[in-house]
Design a protein around this ligand. Structure first.
Ligand SMILES: NC(=O)C1=CN([C@@H]2O[C@H](COP(=O)(O)OP(=O)(O)OC[C@H]3O[C@@H](n4cnc5c(N)ncnc54)[C@H](OP(=O)(O)O)[C@@H]3O)[C@@H](O)[C@H]2O)[C@@H](O)CC1
Ligand SMILES: Nc1ncnc2c1ncn2[C@@H]1O[C@H](COP(=O)(O)OP(=O)(O)OP(=O)(O)O)[C@@H](O)[C@H]1O
Ligand SMILES: [Mg+2]
Length: 375
C-alpha cells in the first residue's frame, strides 16, 4: 500500500462508518493498518475505544493472503477414496407458505460449494415448490403451521415432527435453522425442540432469519452452546442487542459491542452482516471487507448461511484449529463471508444492476476455483 494512493481514504472510511470527523492520529492508524484491494471499494475497520474516547481499537481485517490460506486449508481434497457424504451433509430447517426461495438458496449453496448432500425440512406447502426448484435437494415435508393442525392434535403432531428429524439428526454435519421459516408460534415451538435435540447430539447450528427471531425470544436455546453460529442482518442484530445487552446498537464501538454480545450469550459465534462483516466468538473479533458488490438483492444472507454451515463442517473435519489459531465456528464464518462476497463480485462484474441471488449462486463454483483451485 502506498501512502500517496491512500491520501483520500481516511475521509471516505470515516464517512462510511458515520464518523463526523477523523483525527490526524486516526488517519495515521488507518494508513498503517492498510486497506484491502477490494473489487468494489476500500474498507478498513477502525472504531473508537468504548472507554477512552481518543484511543482507537482496531479489528484485524482478513486480507486476501489470509483469506486464501483459510479457504485452502479447510477445503477437503477431491480424493477418489472418499465416499458420498464425507464432503459434508447439511440440513436446512426452513421454508413455509410465504418463503420457499430462502431455504432453497441456503441448501443449494452448500451443494454448489462442494457438499455431498443437502436436505431441507420445511412445511407441507413449501415442499413441492422447493423440490421443483431442484432435484438435487432432499426435501422433507414435515413441519406444520397452526392453521393445518387442530388444537387436539398439536402435541402428537409435534412429537412426530421431532421423531422424523431425529432419525436423521446424527448424520448431519451442520444444521441451518431459519431461512424462510416464518413466525408461526406452533411451528417455532417444534423448531425449538429440534434445536434442543441438535444441541444434545452436539450438532453444529447456523441460526439465521426467523431462527434468530426464535432464539432472540428464547436465548436459552443457544446460550453457552459453542457450536452455535448466529448470522444476523441489521434488523436481527438490533433485536439481539436490545434483548441481550438491554441497549441500542453502538456503531462507534461496533467490535467491542459484538464481543460483549457474544460473551453475553456464553460464547456463541456471531457474524454481524453488513458492508464489513464482523465476526466474534467472545474472545476475538475479525472483519471481512474484501470483495463484495453494491447490489443488495434479497437472498444473499441465505447463500451465506449455507456456506458458513459447510465451511464450519469442513473446518471441524480438517482439524486445522491449531494451524490457523482459530476455532471452527470462526473459520466457518470467515470462509463463508469471503466466498459469498467473492461470488457477489463475480456476478456483479457480468450482471451489474440486474444481478440476482441465483446469479451469485452460479458464481460459487468459479469463486471456489479462484480461492482454492482443484489440483
Ligand atoms: N426469496 C425468499 O424466499 C427470501 C426470504 N427471506 C426470508 O424472509 C424472512 C424475513 O427476513 P427479512 O430479512 O426480510 O426480515 P427483516 O430482517 O426483518 O427485514 C425486513 C425489512 O427490514 C428492512 N431492512 C432490511 N435491511 C435493512 C437495513 N440494512 N437497514 C434498514 N432497514 C432494513 C427492509 O424493509 P424496508 O424498511 O426497506 O421496507 C426489509 O424488507 C426470513 O425468513 C428470511 O429468511 C429472505 O432470506 C430473503 C429471500
Ligand atoms: N452494504 C454492504 N456492502 C457489501 N456487502 C454487503 C453489504 N451488506 C451486506 N453485505 C453482504 O451481503 C451478505 C448478506 O447480508 P445481508 O445483510 O443482505 O443479509 P440478509 O438481510 O440476511 O439477506 P437475506 O435477504 O438473504 O435475508 C453478507 O455476506 C454481507 O457480507
Ligand atoms: Mg436474512
Amino acid at each position: 500500500m502506498t501512502t500517496n494512493s491512500s491520501s483520500s481514504r481516511p475521509i471516505r472510511i470515516g464517512w462510511m462508518l458515520g464518523f463526523s470527523s477523523v483525527t490526524r492520529r486516526q488517519q495515521h492508524l488507518i494508513r498503517c493498518l492498510g486497506g484491502c484491494n477490494n473489487n468494489y471499494r476500500y474498507t478498513t475497520t477502525l472504531y473508537n475505544h468504548p472507554k477512552k474516547e481518543n484511543k482507537m481499537q482496531s479489528v484485524k481485517p482478513i486480507l486476501e493472503a489470509e483469506a486464501l490460506s483459510i479457504i485452502k486449508s479447510i477445503t477437503p481434497t477431491l480424493d477418489p477414496s472418499r465416499h458420498k457424504g464425507q464432503a459434508g451433509k447439511i440440513a436446512v430447517v426452513g421454508g413455509c407458505r410465504e418463503y420457499t426461495g430462502a431455504p432453497y438458496f441456503s441448501a443449494i449453496s452448500a451443494l454448489k460449494i462442494g457438499a455431498d448432500l443437502s436436505h431441507v425440512f420445511c412445511t407441507k406447502d413449501a415442499a413441492p415448490v422447493i423440490k421443483c426448484y431442484s432435484p438435487e435437494l432432499i426435501v422433507h415435508p414435515i413441519l406444520e403451521e397452526s392453521y393445518s393442525v387442530s388444537d387436539d392434535e398439536k402435541q402428537s403432531r409435534a412429537a412426530k415432527v421431532l421423531a422424523e428429524v431425529d432419525k436423521w439428526m446424527e448424520r448431519f454435519d451442520c444444521l441451518v435453522i431459519g431461512p424462510g421459516l416464518g413466525r408461526d408460534p406452533y411451528l417455532l415451538d417444534c423448531v425449538s425442540d429440534i434445536i434442543k435435540r441438535a444441541r444434545q447430539s452436539n450438532v453444529p447450528m447456523v441460526i439465521d432469519g426467523d431462527g434468530l427471531f426464535l432464539v432472540t425470544n428464547c436465548l436459552d436455546l443457544v446460550s453457552g452452546y459453542p457450536l452455535a453460529v448466529l448470522t444476523p442482518n441489521v434488523n436481527e442484530y438490533k433485536r439481539l442487542v436490545q434483548k441481550v445487552l438491554s441497549g441500542e446498537v453502538d456503531d462507534q464501538n461496533g467490535p467491542q459491542q459484538l464481543l460483549n454480545l457474544s460473551k453475553g450469550m456464553g460464547g456463541v459465534t456471531i457474524l454481524r452482516k453488513g458492508n464489513s462483516d464482523l465476526i466474534s466468538n467472545g474472545e476475538t473479533v475479525r472483519s471481512v471487507s474484501i470483495f463484495g458488490s453494491p447490489r443488495r438483492c434479497g437472498g444473499q444472507g441465505d447463500i451465506l448461511s449455507g456456506s458458513v454451515a459447510l465451511f464450519l463442517s469442513w473446518a471441524r473435519q480438517q482439524d486445522v484449529e491449531s494451524k490457523l489459531s482459530m476455532c471452527p465456528t470462526m473459520l466457518g464464518c470467515i470462509a463463508g463471508s469471503i466466498l459469498m462476497r467473492k461470488a457477489a463480485s463475480f456476478a456483479f462484474e457480468s450482471k451489474k444492476r440486474s444481478t440476482l441471488t441465483s446469479d451469485i449462486i452460479e458464481c460459487l463454483g468459479k469463486s471456489m476455483e479462484a480461492l482454492s483451485p482443484v489440483n
